[in-house]
Design a protein around this ligand. Structure first.
Ligand code: ASP
Length: 345
């Protein structure tokens, strides 16, 4: 599952508020069909428009990123939410994660089967964090963690809360939160109440997981007008994956990361390699050390290649500096600020 393709890199500067989305990296065989390309581009543009409306209503990066991703999940065109790929046993198992760069609060779900919008379930997990999370002297209130280091701002929530819920736990929280179920959305699609195509592409039983040959995982990174960053990622995993397999999209620090002092990242590709590379953390650490964003992404994607994987990512800094990178044949991506809207595959 390696790729020897040279990395494609794009970067520039956006003015806050700004939003980037991706719809997966891969070989994108489906793009031989021009109609399909147009539909995917329209899906990306709609996600950017939705995120923009959320910016205008709430001004908040986290909500904008989550709703942009939920829009991509709802299209049924990408390997996420309603369009999720199937496991080797013909089931949908979804992963998603979100992170708020202002507070360091994150939430994630994996192997979820119930929610139509796993990204909203990940947000529900993040919201299990107590509300006084911003720059709190958390360590002093966490049993066994000792006194806070003087002069150091402690991020994350003041009290323990779960960050990643798997399977039934994720499903139960999504249901209790009042989210829409996958069954309800499928019924609505079948009844014509929701536009769009079929759910996923069935994998032959026992077939090895396929490298992303169709548009994939979705993600967003957002910068709001107050300089806060957020990131969100959602996937149906690798088509034909064994039941219970979880990739990087559910792993904060691998597929998703946001920190107001550095960068917001959402990745896509062979999840095992992104986990082994500690991809998003690696980008954060490089940027924190003063490395330019393009170089930080390329160095991290190099480590993904060393781990026998391929893929891509989008990233946004508090300054408005943004970058996209991929080492596959294509990556669906787009970005916008008040001046421009760009969508590319
Ligand atoms: N990263 C996802 C996973 O490994 C798949 C993808 O991005 O295409 O589950």
């Amino acid at each position: 599952m390696t790729s020897s393709l040279p990395f494609v890199q794009e970067s520039g500067n956006l003015s806050a508020p700004a939003l980037m989305v991706h719809g997966g990296a891969g070989t994108f065989e489906r793009l031989r069909d021009e109609g399909e390309r147009a539909r995917l581009e329209a899906g990306l543009a709609t996600a950017l428009a939705t995120g923009w409306i959320v910016f205008e209503r709430t001004g908040a990066a986290l909500e904008a990123a989550v709703e942009a991703v939920a829009t991509l999940e709802d299209t049924g065109l990408f390997n996420a939410g309603r369009g999720s790929a199937l496991t080797s046993e013909g089931m949908v198992e979804t992963d998603a994660s979100v992170m708020d760069g202002a507070t360091g609060t994150a939430g994630a779900v994996c192997a979820a089967t119930w929610p139509a919008n796993p990204v909203r379930a990940a947000l529900a997990v993040a919201r299990l964090a107590p509300s006084d999370t911003t720059s709190s002297p958390a360590a002093s209130r966490r049993p066994g963690l000792g006194a806070p280091v003087p002069g150091r701002t402690v991020r994350g929530s003041a009290a323990w809360h779960p960050l990643l819920l798997a399977g039934a736990g994720a499903d139960r929280l999504a249901e209790a939160t009042g989210l829409t179920s996958m069954t309800a959305i499928r019924r609505a699609v079948a009844g014509g109440a929701v536009a769009g195509g079929a759910v996923g592409a069935p994998a032959a039983h026992g077939a090895p997981p396929q490298e992303h040959d169709s548009p994939g995982t979705v993600g967003a990174v957002a910068l709001d007008g107050d300089g806060h960053l957020a990131a969100a990622t959602s996937t149906g995993g690798l088509a034909g994956q064994p039941p219970g397999r979880v990739g990087d999209s559910a792993i904060v620090g691998a597929g998703t990361w946001a920190d107001d002092s550095t960068v917001a990242v959402s990745a896509t590709g062979v999840g095992e390699a992104f986990i082994l590379a500690g991809f998003a953390h690696r980008v954060d650490w490089s940027v924190r050390s003063g490395v330019d964003l393009d170089a930080a992404l390329a160095a991290a994607l190099d480590v993904v290649s060393l781990n026998n994987g391929s893929g891509g990512a989008i990233a946004l800094m508090p300054s408005g500096r943004f970058a996209a990178i991929f080492g596959t044949r294509a990556m669906a991506r787009g970005w916008r600020d008040a001046r421009e809207v760009v969508v590319r595959i």
